[in-house]
Design a protein around this ligand. Structure first.
Ligand code: CA
Length: 208
């Protein structure tokens, strides 16, 4: 799960990032609406946490731009502004939910689970091919009925492969989907993850 955090208050952003990473989310952080738009367009973001008071454009404007660009990413608004008008406008413009600052950590995580679950259930949380079955919500893999342990990155890679089964998928696409922007991925990291995955899956399940 790759989240985009749009928040210009650095101290708060750092606090949120720490909390999200502890909960196994990959997080890309930007401070402006412009950077948010660019990142959202990349196509690798699963959900957005959006502050409304940004230095360049208003978060509500950003929602509108995303809508106009047909970019449909579940968004949680996070803001100190809590007027009914802002709340209604945000939801009208496609945000999934609204959380007022200051907020409790557990509440942010709970709401994130809700918006991402809603999005996933539209897609289906179980991906399977032959006798391999990956439950994304439960983060569990079974191969021929046996539970198999996966690391977080392995799970992310297998998810991408299963979502595009039968098609060729580039190393670049995999890298973009599982690493945060700026996160150092050593050059053969993907090969190492794939090689570990192969050992856990049936023969020739992943072909080069
Ligand atoms: Ca702000």
């Amino acid at each position: 799960m790759h989240l985009l955090l749009v928040e210009d208050e650095l101290a708060l952003a750092e606090q949120i990032i720490t909390m999200l990473r502890r909960s196994n989310y990959a997080v890309t952080h930007v401070m402006t609406g412009k950077a948010a738009m660019l990142t959202a367009r990349s196509g690798d973001i699963d959900a957005i946490i959006l502050d409304l008071g940004l230095p360049d454009i208003d978060g509500l404007q950003l929602l509108q731009k995303l809508q106009h660009a047909n970019i449909d990413i579940p968004t949680l608004i996070l803001t100190a502004r809590n007027s009914l008008d802002d709340r209604v406008l945000g939801l009208d413009r496609g945000a999934e939910d609204y959380l007022a600052k200051p907020f409790a950590e557990a509440e942010l995580l709970a709401r994130l689970r809700v918006i991402t679950r809603r999005y996933r259930s539209a897609q289906s949380s179980i991906l399977s091919y032959q006798d391999v079955s990956l439950d994304i919500s439960a983060m569990s893999l079974t191969v021929a009925g046996t539970d198999v342990e996966l690391s977080r990155k392995e799970l992310m890679i297998l998810r991408i492969l299963l979502e595009s089964q039968g098609r060729v998928i580039s190393k670049e696409k995999i890298t973009n989907s599982i690493y945060e922007y700026g996160e150092e991925a050593c050059s053969n990291a993907i090969e190492v993850h794939i090689s570990n995955l192969r050992k856990k899956l049936p023969d020739r399940f992943i072909t080069t």
